[in-house]
Ligand binder design. Structure first.
Ligand SMILES: C[S@@+](CC[C@H](N)C(=O)[O-])C[C@H]1O[C@@H](n2cnc3c(N)ncnc32)[C@H](O)[C@@H]1O
Length: 422
């Protein structure tokens, strides 16, 4: 064998061996989709060598797969990927993971009866889901869990993520081209695929915020993503010089229930925090944080499109806020800080920083580009590369000096920083 196939198989063989040796030496369980197998890759992310090997195998097997399928068939079957969303939506909607007992089997007839749905069609959809390793059919007519479907039974935040993506985002994606044609180059969150699919002329956050069940599901889904690989808060805690701030105030704008501030408060006892969010969100905040931090973490209702009420803080912090904003609204949001800023105040942003084409790890690139088009579908917002971040601050005010973007090793998010230099 020569050329690229030889290179890929050599990578797969050597890196898989490295992983297997590590597993053997450390008594780790074999990787498997069996319900008793590990739900996550069982090596801490701090083990860079093994995680690099894992990435190499994921990327090489994916490329080898596509090469073997070939360009024409790749196009044909990629165009059918929406069926993956449909069968996942069926599993979510009809609660199939809860109907199938964890250690037993359920017949299609039992599932149909419990879900109050036609047996033939639910069987077709579950058998499709099985092609994505959700459930298996140990004998004809009976369904059992896999390690993946078990997660949809046990992990409520992942259930929320699947529900949000399947019921809210999937229809939004299907209407995005209609929105682009109807509202060319729109920066309005009311002119999106999401709005066309769910709520003409209303923005997503307003629609979800009005419905407590949808708001709860959105919160759970965001917690799931935040705890997901590469998004852990520890990268932010460990990769910014918080210690050097001494006694400082951090304003966490759109800070939800304050979990980032809790993580910072645990490690940096001199820091104080104000968590700002919409009234309904901050109302729950104080009851959600450990009481030992109640005197250092304050909650405040504040709409970030209005003037910032906390003056002279050292840091104004945004996590996963700017990517929800088009440039029009992102600049408006930054300009609302200006009356509160003292010289030298920092704006710290924890968000994605899009890689330049062909520079990122392919696995990460797929996720980050998917996040970018999701922002288009939902809000006419966007992920930004480093030049876009510079431009956002420039559009907001020339007195913001952009200091740079850095992506901590292992993190899928970056830290962007600017300083106010009037
Ligand atoms: C994607 S979440 C990010 C939450 C948190 N910063 C994190 O890292 O997970 C966006 C947050 O912005 C809040 N939000 C949306 N519009 C807002 C507004 N106009 N003013 C203040 N907060 C807002 C939402 O309630 C939500 O908590």
């Amino acid at each position: 064998m020569t050329g690229r196939l030889a290179e890929l198989t050599a990578i797969i063989s050597s890196q898989t061996k490295k992983i297997e040796d590590y597993f053997t030496a450390n008594g780790l369980p074999e990787l498997s989709f069996d319900i008793h197998g590990p739900s996550d890759f069982p090596v801490p992310s701090s083990n860079i060598e093994i995680h690099d090997a894992r990435r190499a195998v994921v990327n090489a097997t994916s490329e080898l797969h596509d090469l073997m399928v070939g360009p024409r068939e790749h196009c044909r079957w990629s165009a059918w990927s929406y069926n993956d969303n449909l069968s996942m939506l069926a599993v979510y909607h009809f609660n199939v993971a809860k109907i199938v007992p964890l250690d037993e089997e359920a017949s299609y007839a039992d599932i149909a009866k419990a879900a109050d749905v036609d047996e033939v069609n639910i069987r077709r959809l579950i058998r499709h889901a099985m092609t994505n390793r959700l459930f298996r059919e140990p004998r004809e007519g009976y369904v059992a869990h896999t390690a993946a479907s078990k997660i949809l039974l046990e992990d409520q935040q992942m259930i929320d993520w699947v529900g949000l993506c399947s019921e809210e985002f999937f229809p939004a994606a299907a209407r995005t081209i209609d929105a682009m044609v109807k509202y060319p180059a729109s920066q309005e969150p009311t002119q999106t695929g999401y709005s066309l699919a769910h709520c003409p002329d209303q923005p997503m956050f307003q629609v979800i915020g009005k419905d407590p069940a949808r708001a709860k599901r959105f919160g759970g889904a965001m917690s799931s993503l935040t705890g997901g690989e590469g998004y852990e808060v520890k990268y932010l805690v460990d990769s910014y010089p918080w210690e050097d701030l001494g006694e400082a105030t951090i304003v966490d704008i759109g800070g939800s229930h304050g979990f980032v501030c809790v993580a910072l408060a645990e490690k940096f006892p001199k820091l104080r925090f104000v968590v700002q969010d919409l009234p309904k969100t901050v109302a729950d905040g104080p009851s959600r944080i450990p009481q030992e931090f109640a005197d250092r973490i304050e909650f405040q209702a504040h709409d970030f499109y209005t003037e910032q009420p906390v003056k002279d803080a050292e840091i104004y912090f945004f996590r996963w806020i700017c990517h929800n904003q088009s440039d029009k609204y992102g600049t408006k949001m930054l300009q609302q800080l200006i009356p509160a800023l003292k010289p030298g105040a920092k704006i710290v942003i924890s968000d994605n920083c899009l890689p330049k084409p062909n520079t990122a790890d392919p696995w990460d690139e797929k996720i980050t580009r998917s996040m970018d088009v999701t922002m288009l579908e939902l809000l006419n917002a966007k992920e930004r590369d480093v030049d876009d971040w510079i431009e956002l601050f420039r559009l907001a005010d020339s007195r913001f000096k952009f200091l740079g973007a850095k992506q901590p090793p292992g993190s899928r998010m970056s830290i962007m920083e600017a300083v106010w230099e009037p």
